[in-house]
Design a protein around this ligand. Structure first.
Ligand SMILES: [Zn+2]
Length: 116
């Protein structure tokens, strides 16, 4: 069943045409640790931005292979868009921005992003 998420102020809303994940990736890199992301990755084609394109702004760093877009009103980064190593267009969803997901029930997979 598709699930939906949003930034804090509600300007940015999106839907993902996939079942809500039961696990999330928690990464210890300099960016993820500061923002506290809980990521789940999907093919880009199941991701749909429903509103907020006009308020999205982007934070680029490092090799800039990932578009870290966030809401310019409330500062929330609800998702990121990038290309997987194999070339597949990917949407990474910050599960903290999906109200229907019980964060405490997620199986957390640790990612050692600090190594790279
Ligand atoms: Zn917002």
């Amino acid at each position: 069943m598709p699930f939906e998420g949003s930034c804090h102020c509600g300007a940015v809303t999106f839907s993902v045409d996939a079942d809500a994940p039961t696990s999330a990736k928690s990464c210890n890199c300099s960016h993820c640790r500061r923002k506290g992301f809980l990521w789940a990755f999907f093919p880009r084609e199941v991701f749909g931005l429903k509103s907020g394109e006009d308020v999205l702004t982007s934070y680029g760093f490092g090799r800039r292979i990932i578009d870290h877009v966030f809401c310019s009103r409330c500062g929330t980064q609800a998702f990121a868009l990038g290309t997987a190593p194999g070339g597949a267009e990917t949407a990474a969803i910050n599960l903290r921005c999906v109200p229907d997901i019980d964060l405490d029930a997620l199986k957390i997979e640790r990612v050692d992003g600090a190594r790279y």
